[in-house]
Design a protein around this ligand. Structure first.
Ligand code: NCD
Length: 315
């Protein structure tokens, strides 16, 4: 059976360590003058993004290109999806080109697992509804690891719209697998009962509890998933109660955000512009992690069987 990366729920600490180690090796390759390696020459990677994306889509594209794969990008708008084609038919169509990997972003939770049934390619979940976003979690872990931050015993606080966040769902599981402690800080309306407990995190409705965190992970207010529902009385009130700015942080705390940021809502303008905030480092890690994931899914099993080091494959 083809391996896919749909969630990290079943990933062991060793699995995640393997991804991080592989990412490190690609980081080293990217230090070289020539940043393109022939590793995936002749392989086909299709990026099928049925929902908006800047960072994830561009980094998967660049990752595939730097590995010399043939990369095809399909968007929801402008494709036959607009004509009413079902996900099944779209995937069957793409499968006819015999891709090695199909990277999928979709607004429906479970869409990637469903799509995997209609293709022989490995499927990578680039975000499905409110369900999961495994490569975001890997890049978050890698960003911290690269700065020398130990994950074991690390205190991570996710702040804000936990309810609609696949980033928090995947991230909490991944951080916990690596031995970190996770807390969710949100208004009750954005943190449904049972969610945090199910993910093995603590709950707080008091923003002052970010004081205990080593990493303050600010989540975007996901307006597009809220419909007409009044999840917060007003954005101004939300921002006053839960917005993160310098005045709420203590020195040494690390701040992460998956992007795109709503400046002045969940994060202050000044904090968003602070070079100490890890947002750009997260973007940079994104491409490296996605190189590792594409490589692992396509060449990983062969490499492991032959024990060829990535440096040689990528020479
Ligand atoms: C996230 C997503 O799409 O889930 N963004 C991203 O991948 N960088 C988070 C978000 O949209 O808030």
């Amino acid at each position: 059976m083809t391996r896919s990366l749909i969630t990290l729920d079943d990933a062991s600490r060793d699995d995640i360590e393997r991804y991080l180690a592989l990412t490190d090796r690609f980081a080293e390759v990217m230090q070289r003058d020539i940043k393109k390696v022939p590793t995936l020459r002749g392989r086909v990677v299709i990026n099928a993004f049925f929902e908006a994306s800047t960072r994830t889509a561009t980094s998967f594209e660049l990752a595939g290109k730097r590995l010399s794969a043939d990369v095809i990008n399909v968007k929801g708008s402008g494709s036959s999806v607009e004509k009413g084609e079902t996900l099944k038919d779209t995937i069957l169509t793409l499968n006819a080109y015999q891709p090695d990997v199909i990277v999928i972003r979709h607004k429906a939770s479970g869409a990637c697992a469903a799509a995997a049934r209609f293709t022989d390619a490995a499927v990578v979940n680039a975000g499905d509804g409110t369900h999961a976003h495994p490569t975001q979690s890997l890049l978050d872990l890698y960003t911290l690891r690269r700065r020398g931050v130990g994950l074991d015993g690390l205190n991570v606080a996710y702040v804000g719209d936990v309810m609609h966040s696949r980033v928090a769902r995947s991230g909490a599981v991944a951080f916990r697998t690596m031995g970190a402690n996770v807390r969710f800080i949100a208004p009750p309306t954005l943190l449904p009962p049972g969610l945090a407990e199910g993910l093995g995190g603590e709950v707080s409705h008091d923003i002052r509890d970010i004081a205990d965190a080593d990493v303050v992970y600010v989540l975007r207010m996901q307006h597009e998933r809220m419909g007409a529902g009044g999840f917060v009385p007003s954005l101004r009130e939300y921002s006053r109660e839960y917005g993160v700015g310098h005045e709420r942080l203590r020195p040494g705390q690390l701040v992460m955000h998956p992007g795109p940021m709503n400046r002045g809502v969940e994060i202050s303008d000044a904090l968003a512009d602070d070079p100490e905030v890890l947002v750009s480092a997260q973007v940079e890690s994104g491409m490296l992690v996605r190189m590792a994931v594409l490589y692992d899914l396509i060449a990983g099993p062969v490499e492991r069987a032959r024990t060829v080091p990535v440096e040689e494959v990528a020479a």
